[in-house]
Design a protein around this ligand. Sequence first.
Ligand code: PGA
Length: 253
Amino acid sequence: MRKQIAAANWKMNLTYQQGEKLLDEILGAEIELANHQLAIFAVPSPYLLMTRSEVEEESNYEVAAQNCHHKKSGAFTGEVSVEMLHSMNIKYCVIGHSERREYNGETNTMLADKVNLCLENFITPIFCCGEPLSIREAGTQNEFVATQLKESLFHLPAATIKNIVIAYEPIWAIGTGKTASTEQAQEIHQYLRSVIADQYSEAVANEIPILYGGSVKANNAKEIFACPDVDGGLVGGASLVAADFIEIIKALK
Ligand code: PGA
């Protein structure tokens, strides 16, 4: 069975102490995860080591960085390299979140470089794609997301792309309280899987978890995750509230 993943994206929220407390509360719930289920905390860089040590004793709980630089190393003050993450034993990194594409000018080509560096350093990219409202309204969302995959991922050989996690996050649903309907989510997830199958094979496409992101909440997670091509979620706002994220983890298939 494909991995089912509940990934928390804290973004630029919470103090160190609040983050520690939140993790204690979530891990204190002692949710038993099956082998194919995984909970990931994408936390701000200064909290990576603390979070890693919080989940150290837990099985199926992991830590992700929210970003990495697209160059290996060098004079890039304030940036975090993939090699640094690897040296801290971080196993996942969110790549190409729409907020970074928008506010930091991240392009599909730059994201391809980040993906490559992650894979070279044994870090699984959680690759984000998703269309803005104008594209959804024009009805060209499929072409839009397919281009994002093609330009950032399809240079990879089949054996490598299998190690990626994809997060489909329609920008119009992020932080807006507006969720894609289960039909919209299933339709585009299935489409993304078919694009991967066309490029590689059905077998490869069937191995890649595709998470849904955009206003996933405790009260809608179960319904969204139940879609056959939705393999969990990348969760912003609701991941900052212990009781809510606990419910979201429990909603995994
Ligand atoms: P949201 O954010 O759950 O607050 O909509 C999701 C994301 O941006 O990853």
